[in-house]
Design a protein around this ligand. Structure first.
Ligand code: ZN
Length: 295
């Protein structure tokens, strides 16, 4: 039985109704909480039109925005399993980390999509995307189920950009690093954001990067971070350079494996040209990160 413990404000000033329930019986053993809240997150979870003018929803938690919409310990060292049960208009498809469970038709034009994460992940790696997608399952590589989620009018571009690089990258990393750590790998096109984000088992790619050419370097970088950055996680944000450094190096190794040694040399000559004084990789996003308050 759950008893009301105290109201709490979890989504800042834009939260309209938040409640926390505390299981008194279990306080001395394994405390359990039920947190009920509603509102419009100021950050972390975005409702945005894509480049075709269609409504979409996406999360983008990096580095410390999960706390804006998820009641969680928002720190890279604290990992947990979880499940999202997402209710949305039935015309939208929902993608997230983990494994898709049975989808339900709730009637009245609504559907419920459950995605379950059985492998613990850090808070910022949790993600959801909802849109009208052209979703494709394109088989397996090294036993890993592969998926592409592109906007319908970018369906063919999604195949070009994602599918050709994903298969050899997965095969390379599983043979050189170890077994793939998650339930599946989905490459997902999202609105508004640029670049890409290595969310565990559901990588988000900015919509403008989905073209009629394979993006091998970008895909290899993000896929390598399933191992370095997602599975092997920095203890604190000061160590983020390790996951980016490993990803940069392993993406170059995968490019060498895929396209020959000249490709490796070209990539690193380009890095040296960008930062000739120190020959190191510069990660601009961290400059603001170090001043962020973490709890
Ligand atoms: Zn990266």
């Amino acid at each position: 039985m759950f008893e009301e413990f105290s109201p709490a404000k979890l989504l800042g000033s834009r939260c309209h109704e938040c409640e926390v329930f505390f299981d008194i019986e279990s306080v001395f053993y394994c405390p359990q909480f039920t947190v009920k809240y509603r509102g419009v997150p100021g950050a972390g979870l975005h409702i945005a039109k894509n480049k075709f003018g269609d409504h979409t929803l996406l999360s983008w938690n990096w580095p410390t925005l999960a706390r804006q919409w998820l009641p969680t310990i928002d720190h890279p060292s604290d990992k947990a399993t979880s499940e999202f049960l997402v209710t949305a208009p039935a015309k939208y498809q929902v993608v997230a980390n983990g494994l898709l469970q049975e989808e339900l038709d709730l009637g009245d034009g609504l559907g419920m999509t459950p995605w379950k994460r059985s492998v613990p992940i850090a808070s910022w790696l949790n993600n959801i995307g909802a849109a009208q997608f052209a979703a494709r399952h394109f088989g397996t590589a090294a036993g890993v189920a592969l998926q592409t989620w592109a906007f319908p009018r970018d369906r063919d571009n999604g195949i070009f950009t994602f599918e050709e690089p994903t298969r050899p990258a997965i095969e390379f990393f599983t043979s050189h690093i170890g077994p793939y750590p998650y339930e599946k790998l989905a490459d997902v096109q999202v609105a508004v954001m640029g670049g890409a984000m290595e969310h565990a088992s559901a990588i988000f790619f900015g919509e403008r990067g989905v073209t009629n050419r394979p993006a091998f370097g970008l895909l290899a970088h993000e896929i390598s971070q399933q191992w370095f950055g997602d599975s092997v996680t920095e203890k604190d944000w000061n160590d983020a350079w390790l996951s980016e450094g490993f990803a940069t190096y392993f993406a170059s190794l995968a490019s060498e494996f895929h396209a020959g040694p000249r490709c490796f040399c070209r990539r690193h000559a380009a890095f040296a040209h960008q930062h000739p004084r120190h020959g190191t990789f510069f990660f601009s996003a961290l400059s603001s990160l170090f001043s962020a308050s973490l709890r």
